[in-house]
Design a protein around this ligand. Structure first.
Ligand SMILES: C[S@@+](CC[C@H](N)C(=O)[O-])C[C@H]1O[C@@H](n2cnc3c(N)ncnc32)[C@H](O)[C@@H]1O
Length: 303
């Protein structure tokens, strides 16, 4: 998420017609580093798709440069808390399984899955992120199938996948995350697992800051409009969407999936690192990640 609190602190005007807050320029900061205009808007799927694709194409190289070492070339990291699939084993034994990584970015998780014997397909909306994934493949020599696709309209056959997973891919950015749940339920074989991590809904209320400043409720948990950043022409250039815990449960259940667990990790003791709003100060009090563990029911579970 961007930094609405910083933006609000700088003053600026609110365009009440389109709910975009323009932000006063901050002295001493280059033009291209100035905080963007932002707003909370009801966003349509096409706008979210266009903004996410452009944003992640532009941000891919910087994202991998900033986080690539922590993520590892071929490791499966669920979240900024550093939870690894090698410890949690939320996906079960993946050897010989067909696994789909949703919003794979640099496909680090897909490569870990490949190393553990899975047949893997990683897909992402962003060609920029997939180019980074191909560069990792060249460096590591670990090949995974990569596809450019949108999580709300999967180019995969019904019941063709044993396991689907995602570490913060697609779900926090799409306008209709219920459509993602339905698409995953469609492509999963009965009994197949779908496990995804995403921003914890509670952080919607807090400023985007890992320190004490991030421990103030400043925005309504119940506001389900998308956080959006805008360029000078008013075009959305970044969107992040919000679902309450209840919304997520309803979307999972409505897709016909079984919800097994919601993991709300604590910040690890002794870890001083930060990642955006994730960090040791705020992380002592509130969760910033949620991991949903679900599966498509078997015929027996349905009878
Ligand atoms: C925070 S990154 C996470 C990437 C990777 N899982 C990781 O842990 O580094 C979010 C990813 O979701 C992708 N994404 C956003 N919207 C998407 C959509 N509608 N369909 C597929 N991928 C999407 C972005 O392009 C980006 O690569």
């Amino acid at each position: 998420m961007g930094s609405p609190d910083d933006a609000a602190a700088t003053g600026g005007a609110i365009d009440s017609a389109n709910m975009i807050n323009s932000v006063d320029a901050v002295d001493g900061i280059a033009d291209d580093q100035q905080p963007p205009a932002y707003g909370y808007l009801d966003i349509d799927p096409d706008t979210a798709r266009r903004a996410s694709r452009t944003y992640w194409d532009d941000a891919a190289a910087d994202y991998q440069a900033e986080h690539g070492t922590f993520l590892g070339d071929s490791d499966f990291c669920w979240s900024p808390e550093g939870l690894r699939e090698s410890e949690l084993r939320l996906l079960g034994d993946v050897a010989g399984r067909t696994v789909l990584e949703v919003g794979c970015g640099g496909a680090q998780c897909a490569r870990w899955l490949r190393r553990h014997g899975a047949r893997v397909v990683g897909f992402d909306l962003s060609g920029g992120q997939l180019a980074q994934a191909r560069a990792y493949t060249a460096r590591t020599g670990i090949e995974v199938a990569l596809v450019q696709a949108d999580a709300v309209a999967l180019p995969f056959a019904d019941e063709s996948v044993d396991v689907a997973c995602s570490a913060f891919g697609a779900v926090p950015f799409v306008a209709d995350s219920g459509a993602v749940m339905r698409e995953i339920a469609r492509v999963l074989r009965p009994g197949g697992r779908w496990v995804f991590s995403t921003t914890h809904p509670f952080v919607w209320c807090l400023p985007d800051d890992p320190d004490e400043n991030g421990l103030r409720v400043f925005h309504s948990y119940f506001d389900q409009r998308a956080y959006t950043e805008h360029d000078d022409s008013g075009q959305a250039i970044y969107t992040e969407t919000h679902r309450t815990i209840g919304d997520r449960v309803r979307e999972i259940v409505a897709a016909g999936l079984i919800l097994h667990d919601i993991i709300e990790p604590e910040w690890p003791a002794g870890e001083e690192r930060t990642w955006g709003q994730w960090g040791p100060v705020r992380g002592r009090y509130v969760p910033s990640t949620s991991i949903f563990v679900t599966s498509r029911p078997t015929a027996r579970q349905l009878s």
